[in-house]
Write a protein that binds this ligand. Structure first.
Ligand SMILES: C[S@@+](CC[C@H](N)C(=O)[O-])C[C@H]1O[C@@H](n2cnc3c(N)ncnc32)[C@H](O)[C@@H]1O
Length: 299
């Protein structure tokens, strides 16, 4: 980050009624993923506030999703909510499905932290990690199912890579709840075009020969963002428990504690802040073997 960018981000945050994504597109030279990441960081708190106002709407939206999960995947014991945001829906999924271990991933640390503190959640097993959808820091088949709720939405052009990554870490299937251009009215169509939301999900699934069932949702959190549920079955061998890995090499970490995760294969170290591991590749620090100690951490 440079000084101008810090000034710009803080200026945007102080403005009322600013659309962060559109302003950053106009005013900065950032890459698309960075714009989405910063725009979501700046919005932190807005989903919890919305949830406080519309608890019943959220309950009905999540009940519909829970029913689809239970009807299509019997007795699911682990789930990764990809792009979990402020955990407003993650928390309801956890409450709605019996005996399930729920994990969440988002590239906005600010949002995970807000949700994690607000809902008073425990992060004993690193259930919530800060990471990117294109580099999920878990070993293959770590989760029975992976879920997205409007998280592929802003990643127009990266759908294929994201679906491959979700399929790698999941053994039984995927549940993608994403905006449906065809289902939306004039306002939704205009909005999806304006923000560049994906309209390619079905094309990408079709191109990659991925069979799916689509269910248009009856409940929605916003009438301007109606979604469909895309159900994909994978039928791979289920792993006993998720294994956290270094996001670039996908090798297991050699040392994990409450301050850092270190991989001796890649010589990379990642920080843990407030119990949340920051596993984005731009946060990796190099910790190579040195001449005094073969390795400072693994003496
Ligand atoms: C529309 S919000 C939905 C949040 C949450 N799923 C919900 O239903 O409340 C999309 C979320 O996905 C996250 N996200 C978007 N693109 C991402 C990416 N490429 N990697 C990781 N997280 C991403 C954003 O930070 C944001 O929290």
């Amino acid at each position: 980050m440079n000084h101008n960018l810090i000034k710009l981000l803080n200026k945007l945050k102080s403005k009322k009624k600013t659309n962060f994504q559109l302003s950053l597109q106009k005013l900065s030279k950032l890459k698309k993923t960075q714009i989405i990441n910063f725009a979501y960081d700046l919005q932190t708190g807005s989903y919890i506030r919305d949830w406080e106002k519309k608890r019943q709407t959220y309950k009905m939206f999540n009940k519909e999703i829970v029913d689809v999960i239970n009807n299509n995947f019997k007795r699911v014991s682990s789930l990764l909510d990809c792009g979990c945001g402020e955990l407003t829906n993650t928390n309801l999924l956890k409450k709605g499905i019996k005996n399930i271990e729920v994990y969440g991933l988002d590239f906005s640390f600010n949002r995970i932290l807000a949700g994690y503190k607000y809902f008073n959640l425990k992060n004993k097993h690193f259930n919530f990690v800060c990471a990117a959808l294109k580099e999920i820091p878990f070993k293959k088949n770590s989760f029975e199912i992976s879920v997205t709720m409007h998280a592929i939405e802003p990643n127009n052009g990266d759908e294929e890579e994201i679906i491959k990554e979700l399929s790698r870490v999941s053994s039984r299937g995927l549940i993608l709840i994403e905006p449906d251009f065809k289902l939306g009215g004039v306002k939704q169509k205009k909005r999806m075009k304006k923000y560049g939301y994906t309209q390619n999900l079905e094309k990408v699934l079709f191109k990659n020969n991925i069979k799916y069932k689509k269910i248009p949702m009856k409940n929605y959190l916003s009438s301007k963002n109606k979604s469909s549920i895309y159900i994909i079955h994978l039928n791979k061998k289920v792993n006993k428990k998720p294994i956290i890995v270094e996001p670039i090499t996908k090798k297991p970490f050699s040392l994990i504690n409450s301050n850092y995760l270190y991989s001796k294969t890649s010589n990379l170290i990642y920080p843990v802040i407030e119990g949340i591991p920051i596993l984005k590749k731009e946060f990796a620090m190099l910790l190579p073997k040195n001449k005094i100690f073969k390795n400072v951490l693994l003496k």
